[in-house]
Design a protein around this ligand. Structure first.
Ligand code: ADP
Ligand code: MG
Ligand code: MG
Length: 528
């Protein structure tokens, strides 16, 4: 390894270890609250939507909870919510006892209000029927009078101040830059760190001249707009979108464990052990279900696009080819990477989510066999031959395939999309019910409570050496003018609220007091 690479890697590893230490000493200034009188316009224009303000947005949720805890008549509801949140994190085995303890705690006491009594009963009877909407009744109650009172409280003022900080423009100066991580179609991807918080991210840059020359505006905007609407632990998050003189930048969840291609081919014998195959396949499956629920078809499933984080969990990345389908509609177009394209995509038919389930079949096959389904190792068939194999040939299963994984792959790699697993009414749930996943508890997996079978070494950098990543070419003969600025302004929207608030709330976890200002309201907002 060359000295340049060693230096770049060790700077990155040190920054990653530092975390809170990477925070600039000027961070309080960077996060300074405006005086509340400066929030009047924001207060007027904020839509008073309980779900968005008190459930979805992390800082809003935290402040609403603090408000409730400060009111004696609402404290019990918060304890109930805590108990129900804890209930969610229990394994199936522990749940019965824990459920009974909640009922004992909240109901078998003297002086319990009728209101609370009805609520607990309601919540639990709902829970038994459906695990999704268990706390709907609790929120229904809180979104009434408590939410009205909250909006008149100092806690809501504090929320507005946070929102003003959130509105501050984002520039290159907000970040420190570390090593180059990879190269994409329109530019490079760099490791970066937010100066105000010390948080590490990956910054995907799109060179403006490249985008213009290759008419990539719609594609770039599509990727950015799809990413900003997603909030899934199985898809990379977009946290900031900003522009510099030469580039459009998307700041994304840092995935420092490398991509699955690297893990399948570059560490020992090609392929992964069954535990890892099962775990990654299950997480990708959850990611696809999340995308499909939002009517988003991903279209680019392949090992390179599945990235590992520090803890060994995966996220789907590179949503450049994803497309949002309108209700019940289909798309057409040969889009994706040839070796992973489904027969209906190659055949120029109209298709829907079926293309992604085919992709999952290819991925599981490749993780297991250590080679993709329609191409031998080192072989490079011409495109027409690849197409023929995908559409006509039956893939082969060697002895690395157990009965279960073979069965799952062949169901996902069914040529006819109407017959394929995952393409029936129940969608991806049907895939989750396959016996290959019997050992996976999907409820726990979706809650982030399952430990990964492999944890990347924190001292290693899982990507090519800096000098091995090809340099990005310079485009000549393209001039940027005012006609481009409409597109840039649509792209350059700054912080993505939910992701940014998640980052900002880490400051409280580190036990750091609130950002200060001369006009700080002297209240008991511990740490916020
Ligand atoms: P493109 O859409 O232009 O192909 P990608 O999104 O695939 O760009 O990014 C290019 C490369 O940058 C990837 O192959 C990977 O090596 C690296 N990369 C992309 N996103 C991340 C991330 N979130 N964390 C770490 N590395 C990343
Ligand atoms: Mg890519
Ligand atoms: Mg892309």
């Amino acid at each position: 390894m060359e000295i340049e690479s060693i230096v770049a890697n060790s700077a990155l590893v040190r920054a990653r270890e530092g975390k809170s230490k990477g925070r600039s000493w000027k961070w309080r200034e960077m996060l300074r609250f405006p005086h509340i009188s400066q929030c009047a316009e924001l207060a007027m224009s904020t839509e008073r939507d309980y779900y968005s303000l008190c459930v979805k947005q992390p800082i809003g949720k935290k402040l609403f909870q603090l408000f409730c805890r400060s009111r004696p008549n609402l404290q019990t509801f918060m304890s109930l919510q805590d108990a129900l949140d804890a209930f969610e994190t229990k394994s199936d085995k522990e749940r019965k006892d824990f459920g009974i303890s909640i009922i004992q705690r909240f109901l078998m006491r003297q002086g319990v209000s009728l209101n609370l009594f009805c609520l607990v009963i309601c919540v639990f009877s709902k829970y038994i029927n459906s695990s999704v909407s268990w706390n709907r009744d609790l929120h229904k109650h809180l979104s009434g009078e408590p939410f009205r009172q909250y909006q008149d409280s100092m806690f809501f003022d504090r929320f507005l101040q946070w929102k003003m900080v959130e509105r501050q423009p984002i520039t290159k100066q907000c970040f420190r830059q570390y090593r180059l991580l990879g190269k994409g179609g329109f530019g490079e991807v760099w490791a970066c760190q937010v100066r105000a918080t010390g948080m590490m991210y990956a910054c995907k840059k799109l060179e403006k001249t490249h985008v213009k020359k290759r008419r990539g505006e719609a594609m770039a905007l599509n990727e950015k707009q799809i990413l900003e609407r997603l909030d899934s632990r199985f898809v990379v998050n977009l946290v900031y979108a900003y522009e510099t003189k030469h580039a459009l930048c998307m700041v994304l969840t840092m995935m420092s464990g490398g991509d699955l291609r690297f893990h399948i081919y570059n560490i020992g014998k090609p392929g992964l052990d069954r535990k890892r195959v099962r775990f990654y396949a299950a997480e990708v499956c959850c990611g696809l279900i999340h995308l499909h629920q939002m009517s988003i078809l991903y279209r680019d499933l392949k090992p390179e696009n599945i990235l590992l984080d520090d803890n060994g969990h995966i996220r789907i990345s590179d949503l450049g080819l994803a497309v949002k389908l309108s209700e019940g509609s289909l798309v057409r177009g040969r889009v994706g990477t040839l070796g992973y394209m489904a027969p209906e995509v190659i055949g120029l038919e109209h298709y829907g989510m079926s293309a992604d389930w085919w992709g999952l079949g290819c991925l599981i096959y490749e993780m297991t066999a250590g080679q993709p389904p329609f191409r031998a190792r080192g072989e490079h068939p011409k495109p027409p031959e690849m197409e023929r194999r995908i559409q006509k040939e039956q893939e082969e299963y060697g002895d690395k395939f157990s009965q279960n994984v073979k069965n799952l792959c062949s169901l996902l790699l069914t040529k006819d999309p109407k017959e394929r697993l995952g393409c029936q009414r129940s969608g991806g749930r049907e895939v989750q019910y396959h016996p290959f996943f019997r050992k996976i508890n999907f409820r726990m997996l979706e809650a982030g409570l399952v430990e990964a079978p492999f944890k990347p070494d924190p001292r290693l950098v899982y990507c090519s050496d800096v000098q091995d990543i090809e340099e990005f070419s310079i485009v000549k003969g393209v001039t940027l003018d005012h006609t481009d600025s409409n597109f840039y302004s649509k792209f350059n929207t700054g912080k993505v609220p939910i992701s940014w608030q998640n980052e900002a709330s880490l400051l409280f976890l580190f036990g750091i007091a609130s950002p200060s200002s001369k006009h700080d309201i002297p209240i008991f907002l511990n740490g916020i």
